[in-house]
Design a protein around this ligand. Structure first.
Ligand SMILES: NC(=O)c1ccc[n+]([C@@H]2O[C@H](COP(=O)([O-])OP(=O)(O)OC[C@H]3O[C@@H](n4cnc5c(N)ncnc54)[C@H](OP(=O)(O)O)[C@@H]3O)[C@@H](O)[C@H]2O)c1
Length: 317
């Protein structure tokens, strides 16, 4: 089977599409033939070596956090999955979804509703779950709360704007001005151009600031929050960890950071909203497996509108 690997940190020149053997199924495993795999900023950050603290320094490494596909084999202890099931799943921080087959534990997989196709479902795992969990679980979003989403046109932001609307909060969002129509269509009532100098200056009174692209600091956000307000970002690191602990005790305005957790119930909530057409999918750009470097290059510009995915086997339906 074809699989993406790399043997040193660097640019796209380190990536290799290699042939390797299909993994052997042990008693607790599920083998999945991958149809589509989502591209996320985590992929090029890991390739560059920015995520060494999580990825470690041992090679070969691989990339790809989320996938959709079809179960081809299950171990003898596995219940709830059988060959032929259409699933989505997470590879966690260590990746591996850019591969023709993946071997997973059942806890990292969810069976797809029959109405959802494999391509659409593959984009919901990382961006959808991150947006949902940051807003609902960390951000305590609620009806009529005033919410700012920084990075509303990206993968996470696209879901975040729509979830904010579904939960009847007042949605403010940043993007470049050329994406204002896009985020308005998603339900952002107050688009803001983050390229305008000091764009944050005139804003105030937020109950929740969700920094989906982690370009603000808590210090910048703090004066824009109401008492009891929450700032959540998506980039765990020493600074925000310290602020999280400090503000949990000493401030009415809370700083939080978050690492997504694969949660079948949360994913089911997202799928239901997709089926009810309350969540429309981000604009999807599909790249063949052989052009994975082009997809990573585009992702690295941090100008992607919507979501990039890699087509590994389009014959699977
Ligand atoms: N903690 C976790 O578990 C977790 C999970 C998923 C993602 N993440 C992280 O979350 C971040 C966002 O992920 P993503 O998939 O949404 O990324 P993405 O799709 O690549 O984001 C691209 C978007 O970012 C916007 N953008 C770029 N610079 C900006 C700025 N200075 N201010 C506001 N918006 C800006 C761009 O808007 P315009 O094109 O309109 O300029 C573009 O639409 C990444 O850093 C990723 O690593 C973390």
């Amino acid at each position: 089977m074809k699989k993406l690997v790399f043997n040193s940190f660097g640019g796209n020149e380190v990536l290799e599409l290699t042939e390797s053997t299909i993994p052997q199924v042990k008693q607790n495993d599920v083998l999945v033939k991958v149809a589509y795999a989502g591209v996320n900023p985590l992929d090029w950050k890991t390739r560059n070596g920015e995520m060494k603290m999580v990825s470690g320094k041992k090679f070969p490494k691989t990339l790809g956090t989320e996938f959709s596909g079809i179960v081809t084999e299950v171990g003898k202890n596995v219940s709830g999955f059988k060959p032929g099931d259409r699933v989505v799943g997470s590879m966690g921080m260590h990746g591996g979804a850019f591969s023709e087959f993946v071997l997973k534990s059942p806890k990292d997989l969810v069976i797809l509703p029959k109405e959802l196709d494999l391509k659409s479902a593959s984009v919901a795992v990382v961006c959808g779950l991150t947006a949902y969990q940051c807003l609902v679980k960390k951000g305590k979003i609620a009806q009529d709360k005033k919410v700012l989403i920084n990075g509303a046109a990206g993968g996470v932001g696209t879901f975040a704007v729509q979830i904010t609307n579904i939960l009847s909060a007042d949605c403010w969002g940043t993007s470049s001005s050329e994406n204002h129509d896009y985020i308005k269509k998603l339900g952002c009532q107050h688009p803001i151009d983050y390229n305008v100098e000091d764009w944050l200056h005139a804003l105030e009174g937020f109950d929740l600031i969700f920094d989906a692209v982690s370009k603000l600091t808590f210090q910048q956000a703090k004066s824009k929050l109401n008492k009891g307000g929450i700032y959540v970002n998506t980039l765990p690191g020493p600074g925000i960890f310290f602020q999280q602990i400090y503000t949990s005790v000493f401030s009415s305005k809370k700083a939080k950071t978050y690492l997504l957790k694969f949660d079948p119930q949360d994913l089911q909530w997202l799928f239901n909203k997709m089926l009810e057409k309350k969540i429309i999918l981000p604009e999807i750009s599909v790249f063949p497996f052989e052009q994975i470097a082009d997809a990573l290059e585009l992702s690295e510009t941090q100008k992607v509108k919507g979501k990039l995915i890699i087509e590994i086997d389009s014959q699977l339906i």
